[in-house]
Design a protein around this ligand. Structure first.
Ligand code: SF4
Ligand code: SF4
Length: 105
């Protein structure tokens, strides 16, 4: 089991309030708003933490670049992927790569 799987497993044993507290803390660490791909639509919708919540809701489609690797969240959560706003959450991208064994963009 890698770090991400351990974190997900640990969260399954938390109360809803505890999970919420973790999500809020991770949100406060998210640096998406400084990313070239992040746009006004996403800002107005207060979108962030795509690595957990999944793709942007009809705001971000243009992949300019992704600054996730410089964010502290991937290290803490053991994330392997990037471009979560356009390609889906870490969990979804892991699943796709497992099923298809290749990059789905
Ligand atoms: S890894 Fe990316 S999407 Fe996740 S919190 Fe950091 S900047 Fe936001
Ligand atoms: S997930 Fe990556 S590409 Fe998307 S806005 Fe956040 S840092 Fe930028």
């Amino acid at each position: 089991m890698d770090t991400f799987e351990e974190k997900v497993q640990a969260m399954k044993n938390m109360t809803p309030d505890e999970v919420q507290a973790v999500v809020e803390r991770l949100k406060s660490m998210c640096i998406c708003q400084g990313c070239p791909s992040y746009n006004r639509c996403a800002k107005e919708g207060n979108e962030m933490l795509f690595c957990a919540s999944g793709k942007s809701f009809m705001c971000i489609s243009d992949e300019k670049s992704c600054i996730c690797p410089t964010c502290p969240v991937p290290k803490e959560m053991g994330l392997k992927y990037t471009f979560f706003c356009t390609r889906g959450a870490e969990k979804a991208q892991r699943y796709e790569h497992t099923v298809w064994g290749t990059k789905m963009v």
